[in-house]
Write a protein that binds this ligand. Structure first.
Ligand code: SF4
Length: 187
């Protein structure tokens, strides 16, 4: 079988979320991160191991089936470790007039230095980037961030700062007798 769509290695996903960017958004958590921030919220997503391998085409088909999405959010893990495939997905999302939010442990300057494959391409299709490592000593209730050193970059102007004011800090999910949350810790 020949697969001509880029592949993504996903740790988890949600079809609809209100806590990971403005409006109702699909969220994808990517598997694998080169960093090891102390007390990272998603320790199971750090290893570069095969988890759920899906094509960009498949995610795109799912995205299109869910009505009223404002866009998609990429979290992790480290999304820029899979920048080539995510750039393809992000372009498709933007082509429908929807927005792309992305977290990264890299700083924006590091992403722009040309050393990370696909990073410039992905940045061109990201509307809001939240960059920087999580630093526990700087943890607090910052919008869409775990610690105050992390920064919001409104790269395209298609997402405005005031759109972030109503985002809930946490969202609880009940599924098959399990309760989990997405979002950020409350200090
Ligand atoms: S960059 Fe993010 S996912 Fe990676 S270790 Fe740090 S907090 Fe965890």
């Amino acid at each position: 079988m020949i697969i001509d769509s880029p592949l993504l290695n996903i740790a988890s996903w949600l079809p609809r979320s209100y806590a990971n960017g403005p409006g109702m958004r699909m969220v994808i958590w990517l598997q694998g991160c080169p960093f090891r921030c102390v007390n990272c919220q998603n320790p199971d997503y750090l290893d570069f191991k095969m988890n759920q391998i899906v094509t960009v085409d498949k995610v795109w088909q799912l995205f299109q089936k869910i009505p009223n999405l404002s866009g998609i959010s990429f979290s992790g893990g480290e999304p820029f470790a899979q920048a080539v495939a995510l750039a393809e997905l992000a372009k498709r999302v933007q082509s429908e007039g929807k927005t792309v939010v992305c977290w990264s442990g890299y700083s924006l300057a590091q992403l722009q230095n040309g050393k990370i494959q696909g990073a410039m391409d992905l940045l061109e299709s990201v509307d809001l980037l939240i960059d920087g490592l999580f630093r526990e000593e700087l943890a607090g209730d910052h919008i869409l961030r775990g610690s105050s050193n992390q920064q919001l970059h409104f790269l395209s102007g298609r997402i405005q700062p005031e759109e972030l004011e109503e985002i809930p800090r946490q969202e609880w999910i009940i599924k098959e007798n399990q309760v989990t949350y997405t979002g950020f810790p409350i200090k």
